[in-house]
Design a protein around this ligand. Structure first.
Ligand code: Z5A
Length: 231
């Protein structure tokens, strides 16, 4: 029996508070990674993907915004310094890219029993647009997230916590896109957003992003393993 055939009773998608749009039933496991740029998400995602595949799991990995041809086009628009979208437009564009990814990739993969790993999900919109740009109340944002994510919620959200100065130093050599070019005050608000989310949601697992790569990977793998084997 393949290791990725998860028992339906062990599904980890959290129950929605809004009954009008319940979380879809599926056999897979949804994991997301969050944190400011340079916190080490890509590094940890590739280690986790490799470890889970070695154990026989089918693993899909998607980045946000992106992951489908249309979502990648929206990503290009969103990160292009030539445009400065209205802040509400920006939320809706991130959400449009998310909806396309959720409907065309994430849901089918979860239904097939895959472990789906997301490099960012709707928590990024809360942190960057909600807190960073200071747009829309939490309730409005939550309704948009529910719609755009097709009611999916990660079983675990790994939050790589890093002081802004350290993250900036790690990325100093890279060319900056539109959002990476924002000032430090913006990133302080984004971090405050993540800290609020981490306090509020039990699915958030905060990790010290300054620890050695292998140590962080060990923690992440043990949480993912617990979820994959829990009854
Ligand atoms: N965005 C948004 O505003 N709203 C939304 O709803 C969504 C996104 C979904 C997408 O950026 C941008 O869109 C992002 C948020 C916004 N912009 N900002 N700012 P992206 O996809 O281009 O990139 P990113 O997601 O921000 O991540 P990144 O820049 O690729 O960084 P990372 O994946 O977190 O880190 P990394 O590449 O794994 O590591 C960075 C460097 O640190 C690298 O040299 C590593 O070797 C090193 N590293 C990693 N871990 C360690 C440890 N533990 N110790 C030492 N060095 C390490």
């Amino acid at each position: 029996q393949r290791a990725d055939r998860l028992d339906a009773s062990r599904l980890t998608v959290q129950k929605r508070t809004m009954t009008s749009h319940p979380a879809p039933a599926h056999r897979g496991l949804l994991l997301s990674f969050e944190g400011i740029d340079g916190s080490g998400k890509s590094t940890q995602i590739s280690l986790l993907t490799h470890a889970l595949r070695q154990r026989g799991h089918s693993v899909s990995v998607y980045r946000e915004p992106g992951g489908t041809p249309l979502s990648e086009k929206i990503r290009d628009l969103l990160l292009d310094p030539a445009y400065e979208p209205d802040p509400v437009t920006e939320i809706l564009l991130f959400s449009a890219a998310r909806s396309e990814l959720a409907a065309r990739r994430i849901l089918p993969d979860l239904e097939a029993g895959h472990v789906v790993i997301l490099d960012r999900f709707f928590d990024s919109t809360t942190a960057y647009q909600g807190y960073g740009n200071g747009v829309l109340g939490e309730q409005a944002l939550e309704s948009i997230h529910r719609l755009a994510a097709h009611a999916l919620v990660p079983g675990i959200t790994f939050y790589l916590r890093i002081p802004i100065q350290h993250a900036l130093r790690r990325l100093a050599a890279q060319e900056k896109d539109r959002i990476e070019s924002k000032d430090e005050a913006f990133f302080s608000r984004v971090v405050e957003g993540y800290e609020q989310l981490a306090r509020r949601h039990r699915r958030f697992i905060p990790l010290d992003a300054l620890a050695p790569v292998e140590q962080i990977h060990g923690e992440i793998l043990s949480h993912a393993t617990r979820l994959l084997t829990s009854a």
